[in-house]
Design a protein around this ligand. Structure first.
Ligand code: IPE
Ligand code: IPE
Ligand code: MG
Length: 249
């Protein structure tokens, strides 16, 4: 018997404060596969269903931005066969989901060092971004070949080039100026960070943007994560006291 009320979406809606921006570290695919004596890529394949779940769940709840960590800069260090399988799945995801994403008015963006992708993967990524460019219901950011430190270094280099080119002064460099050079410039910072598979670390994800996010770690492995788990995380978030350094009176 479930211990969670079935109308959890109704409950979270009634309590207001739906996080505008949710970031998720989608972890545990390999362990999910291992537990079933399957090869690791089978776990990545199963994880695609969970992506669909959180997109649909996010849309239904009224989340504005969903930022998913799909492949890190450090993941390039994995065995080539696993990298190939992941890149293949990225193409599969785009081929299978484009129609659904456009009809749900989802706007997709890829964040990361996309120059490292194969030409065919890059073409597919551009295709999905262009096909969904008009979407206004939910922004779906897929972080691929993404590393937060590299993102910050890139932002610093872009600002330094502007200073060197006489386009801005050193005094004009502030937090806003740096944030504007990050991949996430168009969106507010995440309110809630979810990590699946029970790991308590950031693994170089959104280091700048998560400064005041609420963290939620669940033991659920990514392929088992459903919209119901997303709503449980939102329910937990709604019970937090976000102080931003101030005191609550
Ligand atoms: C997350 O699952 C997906 C990627 C990092 C690409 P993992 O592949 O890290 O799964 P575990 O952590 O080994 O279980
Ligand atoms: C983080 O997961 C990256 C993604 C979810 C894409 P990892 O499985 O790569 O992280 P570590 O190695 O456990 O820190
Ligand atoms: Mg992992």
């Amino acid at each position: 018997m479930s211990t969670v009320p079935t109308d959890i979406l109704g409950t979270i809606r009634a309590h207001g404060a739906i996080p505008r921006h949710i970031a998720i570290i989608m972890d545990g695919n390999g362990r999910w596969a291992q537990a079933r004596d399957l090869p690791r890529p089978a776990g990545h394949q199963a994880g695609m269903a969970a992506v669909r779940e959180v997109v649909e769940g996010g849309l239904a709840a009224g989340v504005e931005v969903l930022t998913l960590f799909a492949f890190s800069q450090e993941n390039w260090r994995r065995p080539q066969a696993e990298i190939d399988a992941l890149m293949h799945l990225l193409g599969d995801y785009i081929a299978r989901e484009t129609a659904e994403l456009t009809s749900n008015s989802v706007q997709v963006h890829f964040l990361g060092d996309l120059d490292r992708l194969s030409p065919s993967a890059r073409t597919a990524v551009q295709f999905l971004e262009e096909a969904t460019a008009e979407g206004g219901a939910l922004n779906l950011n897929l972080c691929v070949s993404y590393g937060a430190r590299a993102e910050i270094v890139r932002a610093a280099q872009r600002l330094a080039a502007e200073v060197a080119g006489g386009k801005r002064t050193i005094e004009s460099l502030d937090e806003k100026a740096l944030a504007r050079e990050l991949y996430t410039a168009p969106w507010p910072d995440p309110d809630l960070l979810i990590r699946t598979s029970g790991e308590y670390r950031l693994s170089n994800f959104l280091l700048w943007q998560l400064a005041y996010a609420e963290f939620y770690v669940t033991p659920v492995l990514w392929p088992d994560f459903s919209r119901h788990h997303l709503y449980e995380a939102i329910r937990d978030y709604q019970q937090r006291d976000r102080r931003f350094g101030r005191v609550t009176v």
